[in-house]
Design a protein around this ligand. Structure first.
Ligand SMILES: [Zn+2]
Length: 195
């Protein structure tokens, strides 16, 4: 059994890997600062950490493909940030057409399980298919409004809003607190100016 098959067996892993991949490779600002330009290979390995066997088969030559994938997935979130679900759907359908899944049964330790890609599938096309399908399923379930981009200044991180009322606006409590603190300072300076 290869690591590729492992990633394939996640039901909702595609959405989480998509978000992690975008945040690792396709954003310019994080938490109010320019995104650190670090080791892309390490960043992808961390994004794939949800599935250690896939992270383990990641090769240096996969890096450019993941950078492209991250950019394509970010465009989907950008569409959603503009409430343009139609455009996001077109983009996702294009990705799904270019990288189709092939559902089939495979025997794993004596048990039949559904896999969506061949055991020797290339990592990047498979990750593209799985990420696009993960986002597509989430939108198809009526949750497009829960795929968000951080509203804090100078932060483009994306997130999945799993809160009860779906009212999340920031990627993290760090950004939420930063915005609150800035609003507080603004009110304070407004009061002082009025005195
Ligand atoms: Zn943020």
């Amino acid at each position: 059994m290869t690591g590729q098959v492992q990633l394939d067996s996640y039901d909702d892993g595609g959405l989480l890997v998509a978000v992690a991949t975008i945040n690792a490779l396709a954003i310019r600002h994080v938490f109010g600062r320019p995104a650190p330009t670090g080791d892309e290979f390490e960043a992808i390995a961390q994004a794939l950490a949800i599935d250690p066997p896939s992270a383990a088969v990641l090769r240096a030559e996969d890096v450019p493909g993941f950078v492209v994938l991250a950019g394509q997935l970010k465009e989907v979130f950008d569409d959603l940030d503009r409430d343009d679900v139609d455009a996001a759907a077109v983009r996702l359908n294009n990705l799904l057409t270019a990288h189709p899944a092939h559902p089939h049964l495979a025997k794993e330790q004596g048990r039949w399980r559904v896999h969506h890609h061949a055991s020797d599938a290339e990592l990047v096309p498979m990750a593209t298919s799985i990420c696009a399908e993960g986002i597509a399923r989430f939108i198809g379930a009526g949750n497009a409004g829960r795929l968000g981009t951080c509203k804090a200044t100078n932060c483009d991180r994306v997130y999945v809003d799993l809160s009860k009322n779906g009212s999340r606006r920031f990627c993290s409590t760090a950004c939420q607190n930063r915005v609150k603190a800035a609003a507080f300072r603004e009110r304070q300076s407004g009061l002082q100016a009025a005195e």
